[in-house]
Write a protein that binds this ligand. Structure first.
Ligand SMILES: [Mn+2]
Length: 295
């Protein structure tokens, strides 16, 4: 029986790290479906990592996701024999009736894979340790995100014995890519909510200064995105992982008022600032509600 390890489609660094490292631990092949995101692409290039495109297998191990929409389309959920994830997923036993399921709420699935190395008394290779460690760092926003647990910190530290410390290098590389493709990135990462005529773009940066110097350009992109999607309100959510400060960029007075009143942001012109990272998923519902109620 051949078994294939897969992350969710279009995997992020956590998914790729889990598949790659678990493949080493279990001595099973891994692959991915779709296009890996920017961070795993940067690291895979650095270490020259290529895998064969996925081929149908007798059985699958699904890592860093536990929902059917994340599953590559050629995979029959009944053939999934193991699921490893770090977010609770209602109905997971029904969706994967033949799977052994490990779901524990930690900051990164990479933490769970790191723990498996310890449980099995096996030391990870340099590459596996490096990917897992970078995934924990990125997924927890350098341990500043509220999902971070003590287990994440512990495994991160443990992996430090084997890993190359690439986290800051990776974040800077990602920043450079964002900086060079700012317009595309803001457009790609726009989420919009027609019920509140609201658009929110997000840019996770490592050092905000160079981006703040391009404020006029950012505002121009936001204006054109609002026009294209017929949105009345739009802003950019820009958490800076290097300093733990959140920035908000908008010309919209209503948005400014809500962000100031609800989240304690302080605006100077179009740039609002607040200590502590806030992600779009944490602000969107409250901003929507306030806009709709017209407070
Ligand atoms: Mn994850």
């Amino acid at each position: 029986m051949n078994t294939l390890i897969l992350p969710p489609k279009n995997p992020d660094l956590d998914g790729i790290a889990c598949a790659l490292a678990y493949s080493e631990l279990r001595k099973l092949p891994w692959s991915y479906y779709g296009t890996p995101q920017l961070e795993p692409r940067i690291l895979m290039e650095r270490y020259g990592i290529f895998v064969d495109p996925p081929k149908p297998a007798d059985a699958y191990i699904f890592v860093d996701n536990s929902e059917l929409p994340g599953l590559p389309p050629f995979v029959d959920p009944k053939k999934v024999v193991e699921v490893i994830d770090h977010r609770s997923s209602p109905g997971v036993e029904k969706h994967f009736p033949n799977a052994r399921i490990l779901i524990e709420r930690v900051g990164a699935a990479a933490t769970l894979i790191g723990e498996k190395f310890i449980e099995n008394g096996i030391e990870p290779s340099r590459i596996s340790a490096t990917f897992l460690r970078a995934a924990i760092y990125s997924n927890t926003l350098a341990f500043r995100a509220s999902i971070t647990t003590e287990r994440d910190r512990k495994i991160y530290e443990y992996l430090g014995r084997f890993a190359e410390p690439v986290e800051e290098w990776l974040m800077k590389k990602r920043n450079e890519a964002y900086f060079q493709n700012l317009r595309e990135q803001l457009t790609l990462d726009l989420s919009y909510y027609p019920d509140a005529s609201l658009g929110i773009s997000q840019l996770e940066v490592f050092g905000a200064e160079p981006f703040l110097e391009r404020i006029e350009e950012i505002l121009e992109v936001l204006r054109s995105l609002a026009r294209a999607h017929k949105l009345q309100h739009i802003f950019l959510n820009m958490p800076d992982i290097a300093t733990g400060t959140s920035y908000f960029i908008t010309e919209d007075e209503r948005i400014k008022e809500v962000l100031e009143r609800v989240f304690g942001a302080v605006f100077e012109g179009a740039v609002g600032k607040r200590e502590g990272l806030l992600l779009r998923k944490q602000v969107k519902e409250i901003v929507k509600k306030n806009l709709k109620e017209g407070i």
